[in-house]
Design a protein around this ligand. Structure first.
Ligand code: ATP
Length: 627
C-alpha cells in the first residue's frame, strides 16, 4: 500500500514508546528490566506497514534535510565542506537527531556504515554550541566511550574536523589507557568540553584522581556509548559501572550499536532511562537488514589448501575491484598471505593486534588515504565475536572448527566500527567464527551510500558458518534465498591456469619465512614508532620508511611471476577482468564519465555485458544503479 501524498510523515514518537524508569532517592538511575522486546516489535510492525508500498520515492520526497532536522547552520556548512550531501541524512540520522536534540535518551541500532557516528555527533555538538560558556565546569560536558583505541582516534578526528570547520571554541580530547598519567592530566586541564576514550581509561582516570568523581557528577551532560554491542564483551562492565554510579539524573545517554545482543540490553538497563529504541525498518518484508543492501555478497567453495590459488586468481586476474580488505583469523596466516602475494608482485600491508598502537593507527590512515590497495587484517576479535554471538543474538552459533585462540590486545578492534574509506571488496580468506563477526567484517564496505562486494572463501570445515550466516541474513520463509551467491567471475580453468605457479610458490613461503617476516615487520614498526607518532600528528608526511606495504620477502619477486602470460588466461576471464576495470573506471568520481558509461550500456550498442552468462550479467547490473 503506497502512502498517500497528503498523509503526513509519521513522527518518530508515534513509532516508539517512552518508558519511565524509576530513580533512587539521589536521583540516580536504578536498574529496572524494561519490556522492550514487545515494544520493539510494535515499532517494526508500524514501520513495516509504512514500507509495504513496495517503493520509497514518495517517502523520500518527505525526507528531511539536515537543515530541517533543526541543526545549527554552522554544522550544516561543515557537512557541506566535508562533501556530505546536506539534503541526504541517512535514515538513522533522520530519526535520531531530532530526538537527541530534544534531550531524549536514545538506543540506536542500525546496520554497519549507516552513519551512526554523525547521528550522535551532530546533535551533541549542536547542544554544546548552545551551552558553551554558560557554566564553569571542572570536567568535560560530554563523554564518548568506544571499545578500542582505533575508534577513539576515528571519533576524535571526526569531531575535531567538525569543530574546526564550525570555527567554535570547543575542545575535544582523546585519552587512551596506555598514556602516561601526566599526559592524561595535561589533556584534561582546562577542562576540555568533550572526552573521547574507552571505559577502562575513564575508570583509570577516576581511580587515580585524574578525574574527580564530584566534578564528573557536576559537569557531565551527555554520555555516548558507541559500538555498545562490543563494550561489555571487551570486559568493560566493571569500568562502566564505576562511571554509571556517578551519572547525574540530567545526563542524557545515547547508545549506538550495529548488532543486537544481550550485552546491549544489559547496558540499556544499566545506563539509560526512558529510552527511545530506534531499530531500522524491515524493507520489502526482508528480515532485519543487517548488511546494507548495497553490498553484494558472494562465496567460493574451496579446500583449505586451494585458498591461496583462489585469492591469487581473484587479485592477479583483476576479477575484483580495489580497494580490498582481506580478513584472516590469525597473524601467521596474514603474513603467509602477504609473503605469497609479494612473490607475484602484489604489495599489501598487514594490520594486527601485535603491532604498536601508533602503527595500527598509521596503517589505517595510509589505507584510508589510498596509499596502498590491499590490507590484510588479522581479525582476532573472533573469540570475542563468538562470545558475543553465543551470549546475545538469537542466532544459534556453532563454532568453526578452524579458528585459533590468540592473545588479544584488549583495546584492539580491527573490524568493529572502523570507517575504512572507499573499500570496494571485502574478502574473507578465513571465515569468521560467527555470523555476527561476518556482519561486522562485511560492513567495512558499502558504507553510507557506497556500493561494495564481499567474497568469502569457504572450506568444507567452514560450511557451518556459511549456513549460519545464510540463516541470519536470509528470508525466513525461503532459507535458500540467494543472499550470498556463488562468485560468478572465477572460472575453474582460470584457477587451474595458475595452480602450478601458486603451489610452487606457496612451498617457498615456509613457516620460518613467516616467522621471520612477522618479527621483521614488528621490529620495523617499533623502530619507526616515534616517526609514526610524528606522522600521526601531521608533523611529517609519510616517507617510504613509514610505508606499511613494504616488501618483507628476502628476495624480490621473480619477473615471470609478476605478470600472468596471456596464453594462460581464458577468454571468459579476460572479458570479466575487462568489465571489472570498466566498472571501476565508471565508478570514479567524475559524474559525466559515469553517465557516459550508463548511456553506453543503455543503448545496447556494444553492450559488453551481452557476451556474459545471466549470473555474470546480474553481477554487473548490480553496479548500474550507482554508476
Ligand atoms: N548522510 C550521509 N551522507 C553521506 N555519507 C555519510 C552520511 N553520514 C555518514 N556518512 C559517511 O558514512 C560512513 C560510515 O559512517 P559511520 O562510520 O558513522 O557508520 P556506522 O553506522 O557507525 O558504522 P559501524 O556500525 O560499522 O560503526 C562515514 O565515512 C561517514 O562519513
Amino acid at each position: 500500500m503506497r502512502k498517500p501524498k497528503d498523509k503526513p510523515a509519521k513522527q518518530a514518537n508515534q513509532l516508539i514508546e517512552i518508558k519511565e524508569e524509576p530513580m533512587d532517592e539521589e536521583g540516580r538511575r536504578t536498574v529496572q528490566p524494561p519490556q522492550e522486546a514487545e515494544h520493539e516489535n510494535e515499532v517494526k510492525d508500524e514501520l513495516e506497514e509504512e514500507n509495504d508500498d513496495g517503493g520509497s520515492s514518495e517517502v523520500e520526497d518527505e525526507e528531511k534535510s539536515f537543515d530541517e532536522l533543526g541543526l545549527d547552520p554552522r554544522l550544516i556548512r561543515a557537512l557541506s565542506k566535508k562533501d556530505i550531501s546536506v539534503s541526504k541524512p541517512t535514515p538513522i540520522q533522520r530519526v535520531a537527531i531530532p530526538l537527541i536534540l530534544e534531550g531524549k535518551d536514545v538506543v540506536a541500532r542500525a546496520k554497519t556504515g549507516s552513519g551512526k557516528t554523525l547521528a550522535y555527533l551532530l546533535p551533541l555538538l549542536h547542544k554544546l554550541f548552545a551551552d558553551s560558556g554558560l557554566k564553569q565546569k571542572n570536567a568535560p560536558s560530554a563523554f564518548i566511550l568506544v571499545p578500542s583505541g582505533e575508534l577513539c582516534q576515528q571519533v576524535y578526528k571526526e569531531i575535531s574536523s567538525l569543530i574546526d570547520l564550525c570555527k567554535v571554541h570547543l575542545k575535544a580530547v582523546q585519552l587512551r589507557s596506555n598514556m602516561p598519567i601526566s599526559d592524561m592530566c595535561a589533556a584534561l586541564s582546562g577542562p576540555p568540553d568533550i572526552l573521547i576514550s574507552t571505559p577502562a581509561c575513564v575508570a583509570k582516570c577516576l581511580s587515580t584522581g585524574v578525574l574527580q568523581s564530584t566534578s564528573v557528577a557536576d559537569s557531565l551532560e551527555i554520555l555516548v556509548l558507541d559500538e555498545a554491542d562490543l563494550l561489555l564483551s571487551f570486559g568493560f562492565e566493571e569500568d562502566l559501572k564505576a562511571l554509571t554510579a556517578l551519572l547525574p539524573r540530567r545526563c542524557q545517554c545515547l547508545l549506538m550499536s550495529a548488532t543486537s545482543s544481550d550485552d546491549v540490553d544489559k547496558l540499556k538497563k544499566l545506563i539509560l532511562h526512558n529510552p527511545y529504541i530506534l531499530t531500522l525498518p524491515e524493507v520489502d518484508g526482508v528480515k532485519d537488514e543487517v548488511i546494507p543492501k548495497n553490498v553484494q555478497q558472494f562465496w567460493i567453495s574451496t579446500s583449505d589448501q586451494d585458498k591461496l590459488v583462489h585469492i591469487l586468481a581473484l587479485l592477479k586476474l583483476e576479477l575484483i575491484q580495489k580497494k580490498v580488505i582481506i580478513f584472516t583469523n590469525s597473524i601467521d596466516m596474514s603474513f603467509r598471505l602477504k609473503l605469497f602475494l609479494e612473490k607475484f608482485g602484489i604489495k599489501s600491508a598487514v594490520l594486527n593486534s601485535e603491532l604498536p598502537q601508533n602503527s595500527r593507527l598509521h596503517i589505517l590512515e595510509e589505507f584510508n588515504a589510498g596509499l596502498f590497495d590491499y590490507l590484510i587484517a588479522g581479525d582476532e576479535s573472533e573469540v570475542k565475536d563468538e562470545q558475543l554471538a553465543n551470549k546475545g543474538s538469537n542466532v544459534n552459533t556453532k563454532r568453526s572448527k578452524k579458528y585459533p585462540k590468540q592473545k588479544l590486545d584488549s583495546e584492539f578492534g580491527v573490524v568493529r566500527g572502523i570507517d575504512f574509506k572507499n573499500v570496494f571488496t571485502v574478502i574473507n580468506y578465513d571465515m569468521p567464527g560467527s555470523a555476527v563477526g561476518y556482519v561486522h567484517r562485511i560492513g567495512r564496505t558499502g558504507r553510507a551510500y557506497n556500493t561494495g562486494v564481499s567474497v568469502s572463501l569457504v572450506s568444507p570445515d567452514e560450511m557451518d558458518i556459511l549456513e549460519e550466516v545464510k540463516s541470519l541474513l536470509g528470508n525466513e520463509e525461503d532459507q535458500n534465498s540467494d543472499v550470498i551467491s556463488p562468485f560468478p567471475l572465477l572460472t575453474k580453468s582460470a584457477v587451474e591456469s595458475l595452480r602450478y605457479r601458486a603451489e610452487d610458490t606457496a612451498k617457498s613461503v615456509t613457516r620460518v619465512a613467516v616467522r621471520e617476516a612477522r618479527a621483521q615487520d614488528l621490529r620495523n614498526e617499533i623502530l619507526n614508532s616515534e616517526k609514526i607518532s610524528e606522522a600521526l600528528m601531521s608533523v611529517i608526511s609519510s616517507t617510504d620508511l613509514l610505508k606499511h606495504d613494504r616488501i618483507l620477502s628476502q628476495k624480490p619477486p621473480a619477473p615471470h611471476l609478476r605478470k600472468v602470460p596471456d596464453y594462460l588466461i581464458d577468454a571468459t576471464t579476460k572479458e570479466a577482468s575487462k568489465m571489472v576495470k570498466l566498472a571501476r573506471a565508471a565508478m570514479g568520481n567524475n559524474p559525466s564519465r559515469r553517465q557516459g558509461f550508463k548511456r553506453k550500456l543503455k543503448k545496447g550498442g556494444g553492450d559488453p555485458l551481452k557476451s556474459f552468462s545471466a549470473e555474470v550479467r546480474l553481477f554487473f547490473f548490480f553496479l548500474l544503479p550507482v554508476i
